[in-house]
Ligand binder design. Sequence first.
Ligand code: HEC
Ligand code: HEC
Ligand code: HEC
Ligand code: HEC
Ligand code: HEC
Ligand code: HEC
Ligand code: HEC
Ligand code: HEC
Ligand code: HEC
Length: 448
Amino acid sequence: MTSAMKEASKFAVYMNLFFSVVVAAVFFLASSLSAHAAYGVLAPEDQACLNCHAKNKFGKVSANGESTSLHVSDKAFSESVHNENGCTDCHAGFDVKKHTKGSNPKIGSREYSIAALKVCEDCHKDNVKLYEGSLHAALVRDGNSEAPICSDCHDPHAVRAKSASGPMDDVVCRNCHGEVFTAYASSVHGHARAKQTGKLAANEKKAPICADCHKAHEIKAAATGSRIKDACLNCHKDALHLHKVWLPNVERHFEAISCPACHVATAKRQVNLRLYDSLTNQSVTEKKGVPQFKSRAQAADAKGQGLDAYALQSLLKVFNSDDPDEKTVLRGRLEVSSGVEAHQLVGKEQAIKDCGTCHREGSDIFQTVTISIVRPDGRSIHYDAQKEVLTSPISVKSVSGFYAIGGTRIKLLDVLFVIVLAIGITVPLGHFTLRWLFKKYGKKTSDK
Ligand code: HEC
Ligand code: HEC
Ligand code: HEC
Ligand code: HEC
Ligand code: HEC
Ligand code: HEC
Ligand code: HEC
Ligand code: HEC
Ligand code: HEC
């Protein structure tokens, strides 16, 4: 071997060594950066905490006899996503020897939980931000003890990866909205969802669960705004088009009728007349801290039998009293009469298709009428009205569009139907004629 060759092989040996050190260092760094402990295996420092906390029925009894659980399941924790972090990532600075003797009198209280949950923000800023803007969070801030905080929906010691649960497992919402869950579970969506086992189908084929329509962290009042309708149409992209085939002026119908009002066969329905600002095109919202709607409605409804046409007029007058534009009007919407019923969606064969179900004098659908306003938190308050407000000549102006349903425009529709039937025109031609005539008629009324 020449000395040059010796040098070269020495160099190779050094390079090898150098690389193995680098590789080992990178490997060490990577492993310490990622998993703190593997799935199902506890890290020794967590095991040390769990020597006490995983004991059966581990808890404490306060001086006043109240008992608080301090139990954390070792199995659930080792299989949770947070096993990647250790106990002390969330419970910083715990000294085993010092914290055991009545160190925190508030454990188990709502106050304690809310304070402890601040830690979620360290790693899940986006979710915390979304949640802070939700109705649930607003209720919590207002002191509502029934509204959910993070740990009501996610046990921090037992959060499992989404991929580890079935399509209908862990529907936390059911803990508090049990009736809605039951209704949902027996709907077309609930049935479809329950059948989708294993990995869920591609997004547009996925049957929705609570969070798909309401958004888990951005819960808003369900009946205000268009976000739920938008969610429906986002999955059912061809729905608008498919309704156009048989329903004239689909946009107007979709605005004036909630989807469940046609798609829940057995529901009781109601016309909800919302106080509406005609200038800003938004629902009128009560000012925070000055609820006026109920007292004004009660004042207008002296007999307490529900607002009649005169009472309705005077209620609107009060709302418009300090406004020369008289911009407060009523906007009608046909909806199902309870939030539970809104979830009983059935297959398309059972949806309301017959125009006469609605466009007929004295239709069952227009027998219950309420007036509503939006509260500062987005939820509405309703007040009963008499069904005659939809047909009385006195309320023509106050109920604007919806007057037509019970009155003159219905008669015109009836006449058209008779003509269509009498001539025996084929269905598509009949609809075409109807749409054409209504375009003309609609123009005439709006020109007035
Ligand atoms: C992801 C963050 C997180 C991790 C990791 C975590 N905890 Fe917690 N822990 C919390 C929060 C938040 C609360 C308060 C929640 C509540 O009261 O509902 C809490 C509460 C507790 C309580 C009070 C009793 C109770 O259940 O409310 C004990 C005891 C506890 N944790 C022990 C542990 C132990 C032991 C570990 C490790 C095995 C651990 N925690 C890991 C976030 C965490
Ligand atoms: C020797 C048994 C024991 C060990 C080991 C132990 N704990 Fe505790 N822990 C307790 C007891 C007892 C309490 C109740 C304290 C009290 O009465 O206020 C408690 C309370 C807690 C609480 C709720 C009270 C608070 O101040 O927030 C948390 C969180 C907690 N322990 C976490 C841990 C963590 C993390 C470890 C590991 C670093 C650990 N514990 C190790 C016995 C133990
Ligand atoms: C120290 C960082 C850390 C903290 C603090 C933390 N988490 Fe996590 N969390 C993680 C990691 C890591 C994952 C798993 C990776 C991922 O999916 O982002 C995770 C995942 C989750 C998941 C999703 C599970 C899934 O895959 O669907 C939820 C839910 C969750 N955490 C809730 C909480 C809550 C509630 C708190 C506050 C009590 C909290 N986390 C605090 C690190 C943390
Ligand atoms: C009302 C119940 C509820 C509350 C309250 C809630 N979550 Fe969630 N969270 C969910 C649901 C449901 C999912 C699954 C979402 C999905 O599949 O679209 C989820 C998913 C997550 C995820 C997984 C990542 C993601 O975005 O899908 C994290 C992380 C998380 N939540 C953290 C938090 C934190 C932190 C808080 C408190 C600020 C919180 N959650 C409050 C119900 C809730
Ligand atoms: C297919 C979409 C969809 C799904 C899935 C869905 N909802 Fe709804 N939810 C609605 C609609 C639509 C309304 C009624 C809105 C309206 O009045 O216009 C509603 C209303 C509500 C309300 C208000 C009830 C009331 O009394 O006014 C709650 C609470 C609610 N949903 C919770 C849930 C829960 C919990 C789940 C899961 C079990 C769920 N929703 C699943 C669409 C959905
Ligand atoms: C810890 C209890 C709790 C949990 C869990 C919970 N909620 Fe709620 N939720 C409430 C309370 C309380 C209200 C306010 C009273 C009401 O309107 O029912 C509310 C209100 C709502 C509303 C507004 C209702 C309206 O009047 O328009 C919707 C929508 C809603 N929740 C959906 C959900 C969804 C979706 C989940 C699961 C991701 C969920 N909630 C989980 C307690 C809970
Ligand atoms: C005036 C009543 C009415 C309203 C309002 C209504 N639908 Fe329909 N919808 C029907 C009828 C009837 C059918 C069945 C049509 C047929 O089979 O020819 C249907 C069919 C459907 C279908 C099945 C389409 C197909 O053929 O595959 C979906 C999805 C649907 N509607 C969603 C919606 C959504 C979302 C809304 C609210 C934005 C809505 N519908 C509003 C009456 C209505
Ligand atoms: C996440 C996507 C998604 C959302 C959001 C969604 N759906 Fe669906 N919907 C589906 C799927 C998938 C099916 C098919 C179930 C089956 O046929 O097995 C379905 C079925 C239906 C059907 C039955 C159609 C038929 O052929 O009989 C109607 C009606 C319907 N949805 C209406 C709605 C309404 C109304 C909303 C909003 C309140 C809504 N959907 C929101 C995915 C969605
Ligand atoms: C579930 C009840 C319902 C059904 C079914 C229904 N409609 Fe309507 N229709 C309404 C409501 C509500 C309005 C809006 C009233 C208003 O704003 O004045 C409306 C409005 C109309 C308008 C007036 C649109 C405009 O430009 O103002 C026409 C035309 C009409 N419907 C025709 C029909 C025909 C034809 C059918 C059957 C193919 C039908 N509707 C089925 C409830 C219904």
